[in-house]
Design a protein. Structure first.
Length: 382
């Protein structure tokens, strides 16, 4: 333990009557957050002497050796601490106001916590000088004195790049050489607390993609940041039958892309207000508005495959039948013949066993006369 003050109880007297000061300190440690509890040093009594101390690792300076800015910060802290005790200890410790009674400024020590903020340690708390004279409210005078610096209640507000509120998200806060991960509330806000003007802090996405530096300004309480918001989207390309077009090349926002084996193109895009996908397939333009919810960003475009018509049926061929008979009416089988039109051979053929032969009809012209010629002079035709 590090001794800060030792005082004969013949020089000062307690003003919290009927209470054990060691027990009071234990109750303060129990009821208060550490920063507030540490405002009141440890106390022990050895006969008629009181001794006030702190942990060895605390680096302290006396208020009388502090700068004007440090005095102002100390006043802010003591005011905050006094208000907190009044709001939270009035029922448990009705004598709480007396805790802020000290003999002189010599009992006020300052240190900086892990966040770089000035905090105060009081010794001889709950005591007054025994000398006669008007009672002096040492801490009240310090709190009421003009301050060279001001505090602002600082709130960090974060929106996404599409304009929606970034509610309940984690981000990295760096303030007073201390880095920690904190979260916004449902309104996208994080209350940083009362911060002195000209103090700096920074806000950063947990992945480091967005970073903002700020300096606290007099009269300004809201410090805004915008975090990039990326959404996934899926474009499915199908033909007129609803079948996927695998490995199909098309254009998205001016860039050539290709579907996968399932006929889909999957990607992500930074979302801005009114972000639109412009899709071009086979000289057809499509546009789709992206939503904050990736599940709603599933789009389908159709590409008609060329219709392959079946080959036309072969033309119907019409035939005429030529029958060759001898004079007795007996069919002339295997009989070669020619069909003539004005001494020009138009067609020729050979009869079958029944004396018949088929000739394509389109070899003859309507209204023309034709003759059949074959080698048996005793035969005739019909």
């Amino acid at each position: 333990m590090k001794e800060l003050s030792s005082r004969s109880l013949l020089e000062v007297h307690d003003i919290i009557h009927g209470q054990n000061y060691v027990n009071i300190k234990a109750r303060l440690n129990q009821y208060l957050p550490a920063d507030y509890a540490n405002t009141f040093s440890n106390v022990n009594f050895f006969g008629s002497t009181g001794m006030w101390s702190v942990d060895d690792d605390m680096s302290l300076i006396r208020l009388k050796d502090a700068s004007a800015e440090e005095r102002s910060e100390a006043a802010f802290w003591l005011e905050e601490c006094r208000n907190y005790l009044g709001e939270n200890l009035a029922d448990k410790m009705p004598y709480w106001k007396s805790l802020f009674s000290i003999p002189s400024e010599d009992q006020i020590f300052l240190y900086r916590n892990n966040n770089g903020e000035i905090r105060v340690v009081l010794t001889e708390w709950g005591f007054e000088p025994r000398m006669a004279g008007k009672k002096v409210d040492v801490i009240g005078i310090l709190i009421d004195a003009p301050r060279v610096i001001k505090q602002e209640e600082v709130t960090i507000h974060i929106d996404y790049s599409d304009g929606t509120v970034a509610s309940q998200i984690q981000f990295v806060l760096n303030s007073f050489n201390n880095t920690k991960t904190v979260s916004t509330d449902d309104n996208g806000d994080f209350f940083l607390g009362k911060i002195f003007a000209s103090k700096s802090f920074s806000v950063e996405r947990t992945d480091g993609l967005n970073h903002y530096d700020y300096i606290v300004e007099v009269g300004k309480s809201i410090y805004s940041a915008v975090f990039d918001y990326y959404v996934d989207y899926v474009i499915s390309v199908e033909n007129q039958k609803g079948e996927p077009k695998a490995n199909y090349t098309f254009i998205v926002n001016g860039m050539e892309v290709q579907t996968d084996d399932f006929g889909q193109f999957v990607a992500s895009l930074k979302l801005l207000p009114e972000t639109v996908l412009r899709v071009k397939v086979v000289e057809k333009d499509h546009s789709f508005k992206l939503c904050h919810d990736s599940e709603q960003n599933r789009f389908v475009v159709r590409v008609d495959d060329p219709v392959v018509l079946p080959p036309p049926p072969p033309p119907v061929v019409e035939y005429i039948t030529v029958t060759l008979l001898d004079h007795d009416g007996t069919p002339l089988s295997d009989q070669p013949f020619q069909i003539m039109q004005k001494k020009i051979v138009v067609a020729e053929g050979v009869t079958d066993r029944d004396g018949n032969a088929r000739i394509q009809k389109d070899m003859f012209l309507s209204g023309k006369k034709y003759k059949i010629r074959f080698s048996r002079p005793d035969s005739y035709h019909k």
